[in-house]
Ligand binder design. Structure first.
Ligand code: ATP
Ligand code: MG
Length: 455
C-alpha cells in the first residue's frame, strides 16, 4: 500500500491551524455551557479545546449531540475550577461539569499508549500509587500532540481552540471532512485490533454522516470482523443501539452486510437473509422496518429498542418457526418457542436487556391473534397494552408482503370505529382466513370435527 497516506503519518511539526475566517464554526452554535467551561479553563491559564464529534458536526453544519472538551488541566485542577463538577472513572479520571440536564465532559489530554474505549478506561501501565491506592505520579496524562493519535478517525480528531477560535488539525481531518471521507488515523488494521468496536464506529459514522469509508480503512474490516466475537455483549448492545437509532439505520445495515459484520452481530438474521431470495418478504421487512425507524427519528418521534430488535429478529424467528412447522402444524404457541430460541442465541452476541426482550416476546406472541377477527375476543386485543406496537408490526409485515394487507387494513379501520360499530364488525367478521404467505397463522383444527365457530 504505497499511496502515502499523509493523514496517518505523524507530522514532524505542529498542527495545521485553520484560522477562524477559514472555517465555518461559530460560537453561536456552541452550547453556552460548553463555552463557559472553555473560557474558565482558558482564563485560569490552561489550554482548552472543543473536541471530537462536536467539532466534526459543526464543521459539517450539523447539530452536535453533546460537547466534549479536552484540556491540559489535570482532573483535580478541573474539579477545583467548577463547583458543579464530578470526577468519574476509576482509573483515568474524566470531569463531568453539570448544568441542569446538560453535562459537559472535560478530558485531560491522554498520553500515548493509553487506549480509549467505550468506558473511557485505559491501560494501567506506568503509574506510581501510594499505599492507599492513590495516584502519585502517572504517565496517563499527556499533551495534545499525544492525545490526537489515540482518536479513531481523522474527522473525529479536530480541536477547536478557544484561545483564538482556530481549528487545530494534526491528521488532515478538515480536508477529509470536507471531502466526506472517513479515514482511520494510523494503521487501520492495528487500530481495529486494539479495539474491534472501531469497525462498528466506522459503519456508524459513515452511515450517519454520509461519508465514504476510505479504501484502506474499509479493506481490513471483513477479515477482522470475527474479532467482534470477543467484545462484551453489553458493549455491543450499546453500539448497536447507536448504529440503529440515530436516523441512518437503513444505510448502516447495508454497510454492516457489505463489510461482513452483520453475521457477527446477528448471526441468525444474517443466515436467514442469506437463505431468502433477494426480494423476499424477510428482506423487505428489514428494509422497510429500518426505513420506518429512520423516518421516526428524523421526525423526532420516539423509537424503542423493542421494535428495532423485533425487526432484526423476525426473519430468524419465522425461520425457526417454519422448521418447527411440520411438527407443530403451525400452532402459534410454537411461534413463542421460536422467539425464545432466537432471543437466547442472540443474547450471546448482543446483550438485549429483559426490559426490551419481554415486550418483544409479547409483540411476537400477539401476531397470530390478529388472524382472528370474529368474536369479542378480537375486541379485547384492541385493549392489550402491547396492541399498538404489535399492530405497527402487523402493518410492517403486510407492507413487506408477509401478512395479508387486507387483514392489516381491517385492524386499521376498526381502531377508528365507534364502540357499536366495532361490535358489529367483529360479529360479522368471517372466520380466520390465514395469512398471505407462510407467516404464523391460527392453527387449523382439521382433525377435530367441530362445528365452525358461531358467527
Ligand atoms: P457522536 O456524535 O456519536 O457522539 P463522537 O465522535 O462524539 O460522535 P463519541 O463516542 O462521543 O463519538 O467519542 C468522542 C471522541 O472520542 C471521538 O470523536 C473520538 O475522537 C474518541 N473516541 C471515542 N471512542 C473511541 C474509540 N473506540 N477509539 C478511538 N477513539 C475514540
Ligand atoms: Mg460525542
Amino acid at each position: 500500500m504505497n499511496d502515502t497516506n499523509q493523514a496517518s503519518t505523524q507530522p514532524a511539526g505542529g498542527p495545521r491551524v485553520v484560522a477562524r475566517n477559514d472555517h465555518p464554526i461559530s460560537r453561536a452554535n456552541i452550547s453556552s455551557n460548553a463555552l463557559k467551561v472553555l473560557y474558565r479553563l482558558r482564563d485560569s491559564g490552561f489550554q482548552a479545546f472543543l473536541v471530537g464529534g462536536a467539532v466534526r458536526d459543526l464543521l459539517l453544519d450539523l447539530h452536535p449531540k453533546d460537547f466534549d472538551i479536552a484540556t491540559n488541566a489535570h482532573p483535580d485542577q478541573v474539579k477545583q475550577l467548577f463547583r458543579n463538577c464530578r470526577l468519574i472513572g476509576r482509573r483515568f479520571h474524566l470531569a463531568h461539569v453539570r448544568f441542569g440536564y446538560e453535562i459537559i465532559e472535560v478530558a485531560t489530554f491522554r498520553a500515548a499508549h493509553t487506549s480509549i474505549d467505550e468506558d473511557n478506561s485505559v491501560d494501567e501501565g506506568g503509574r506510581v500509587l501510594d499505599e492507599r491506592g492513590r495516584i502519585l505520579r502517572d504517565n496517563l496524562y499527556g499533551t495534545i500532540e499525544e492525545d490526537v493519535w489515540r482518536r479513531d478517525f481523522t474527522a473525529n480528531a479536530l480541536y477547536y481552540n478557544i484561545e483564538d477560535f482556530s481549528v487545530w488539525d494534526y491528521v488532515g481531518g478538515v480536508e477529509d471532512a470536507r471531502n466526506r471521507v472517513l479515514r482511520m488515523i494510523g494503521d487501520p488494521e492495528t487500530r481495529y485490533r486494539e479495539d474491534p468496536v472501531r469497525m462498528l464506529r466506522a459503519v456508524r459514522f459513515a452511515a450517519k454522516l454520509g461519508f465514504t469509508i476510505h479504501e484502506a480503512t474499509a479493506t481490513p474490516i471483513p477479515k477482522l470482523a470475527w474479532m467482534l466475537d470477543g467484545v462484551p455483549p453489553a458493549r455491543l448492545f450499546d453500539e448497536v443501539n447507536k448504529i440503529f437509532l440515530a436516523g441512518s439505520a437503513q444505510p448502516a445495515f447495508e454497510l454492516l452486510e457489505r463489510l461482513q459484520l452483520l453475521e457477527h452481530l446477528f448471526p441468525d438474521l444474517a443466515s436467514a437473509l442469506q437463505e431468502a431470495p433477494p426480494a423476499s418478504p424477510a428482506r423487505e421487512l428489514v428494509r422497510l422496518g429500518l426505513q420506518g425507524t429512520d423516518e421516526r427519528v428524523r421526525s423526532e418521534k420516539s423509537v424503542t429498542p423493542t421494535f428495532l430488535f423485533a425487526i432484526l429478529m423476525w426473519p430468524a424467528v419465522l425461520r425457526a418457526f417454519a422448521k418447527h412447522g411440520q411438527a407443530s402444524d403451525g400452532d402459534p404457541q410454537y411461534l413463542l418457542e421460536a422467539c425464545d430460541q432466537v432471543t437466547s442465541r442472540q443474547q450471546q452476541r448482543v446483550a438485549i436487556p429483559k426490559r426490551f426482550t419481554l415486550p418483544l416476546r409479547e409483540l411476537v406472541g400477539l401476531q397470530p391473534r390478529f388472524e382472528r377477527r370474529e368474536g369479542r375476543r378480537a375486541l379485547r386485543l384492541l385493549n392489550h397494552p402491547r396492541f399498538r406496537a404489535a399492530y405497527d408490526f402487523l402493518v410492517l409485515r403486510a407492507a413487506a408482503g408477509e401478512a395479508d394487507p387486507e387483514l392489516a387494513k381491517w385492524w386499521t379501520d376498526i381502531q377508528s370505529a365507534s364502540a357499536d360499530e366495532r361490535i358489529a364488525r367483529v360479529e360479522s367478521a368471517a372466520p380466520s382466513q390465514g395469512a398471505a404467505s407462510d407467516g404464523p397463522r391460527r392453527r387449523r383444527r382439521r382433525r377435530r370435527r367441530r362445528p365452525p365457530a358461531a358467527s
